[in-house]
Design a protein. Structure first.
Length: 255
């Protein structure tokens, strides 16, 4: 499969399965080219010590919450790595061995978005439901979790990951590093598709019909938002972390 097919699938309502893994691989290839072009070190996400400490603390709080919900995390721990924070095994794990166990109820899924106490009713509305696939529902849920200040959102990278992605590079940088390749067209097309979703769905439909729920404004009491920067962050988090899982009952959910 060609690289262009990966990006084209992101813009379409592609079938579930291993799509997420394919996109993750294509993203790694793009990052490799970027690192080579600018001759930067292996690490692509340079976190300052305070940011790393905050994310580490949030991750530890997240693990405590998961344990309270019944997760078995006895074989893993979270620690800084070359790319920010990583999950590490405490000892060697045999082939086909269990790394950790987590209840389905704590996963961020499309169904969790529909069941959310704040945005679920709006996403289930007949005027909106047909406009969103599972991917966009999870992305909107990530935005809501970030606004709530959840420990999971706090454990994730910030703008440094968004800025590392080709679709968010300045146009001059895109030309310098991607000029003459199909990636330039694909990066710009992906950004246009994301911008179209923001303008046509988030602003013109969600925020227009439910302005108090999908506000783009931020305040000290409500730091998160459904603005453009928040969407770019949630979009980057989804495509760098989402996987397709066969959950009990035979459904395939994006988490």
């Amino acid at each position: 499969m060609k690289m262009r097919d990966f990006w084209d699938r992101e813009k379409m309502h592609a079938p579930q399965g291993n799509l997420t893994w394919i996109l993750m691989i294509s993203g790694l290839s793009i990052m490799k080219r970027y690192r080579e072009a600018v001759e930067s070190p292996v690490s692509t996400l340079r976190l300052d010590p305070p940011a790393t400490a905050l994310r580490t603390a949030a991750s530890e709080s997240l693990l405590r919450t998961l344990r309270m919900e019944g997760a078995d995390l006895s074989l893993i721990h979270i620690a800084p790595s070359a790319g920010g924070l990583g999950v590490f095994a405490d000892s060697d794990i045999a082939s086909s061995g269990e790394v950790f166990r987590c209840p389905c109820g704590v996963l961020l899924t499309a169904q969790a978005a529909l069941d959310d106490a704040i945005i679920g009713e709006q996403l289930r509305d007949s005027r909106v439901a047909h406009l969103l696939d599972d991917r966009w529902r999870v992305i909107l849920l990530l935005m809501q979790r970030r606004r709530e200040g959840s420990t999971y959102a706090a454990s994730l990278p910030g703008s440094e990951l968004v800025e590392s992605l080709p679709l968010h590079w300045p146009e001059q940088e895109q030309m310098e590093l991607l000029g003459g390749t199909t990636l330039l067209r694909q990066a710009r097309a992906s950004r246009l598709a994301l911008r179209s979703f923001y303008d046509d769905i988030v602003c013109d439909i969600l925020a227009a019909r439910w302005p108090h729920t999908f506000t783009a404004e931020e305040s000290e009491k409500r730091p998160g938002s459904f603005g453009w920067d928040a969407l770019c962050w949630a979009h980057a988090m989804f495509w760098s972390r989402a996987i397709g899982l066969d959950l009990p009952g035979g459904r395939c959910e994006r988490t």
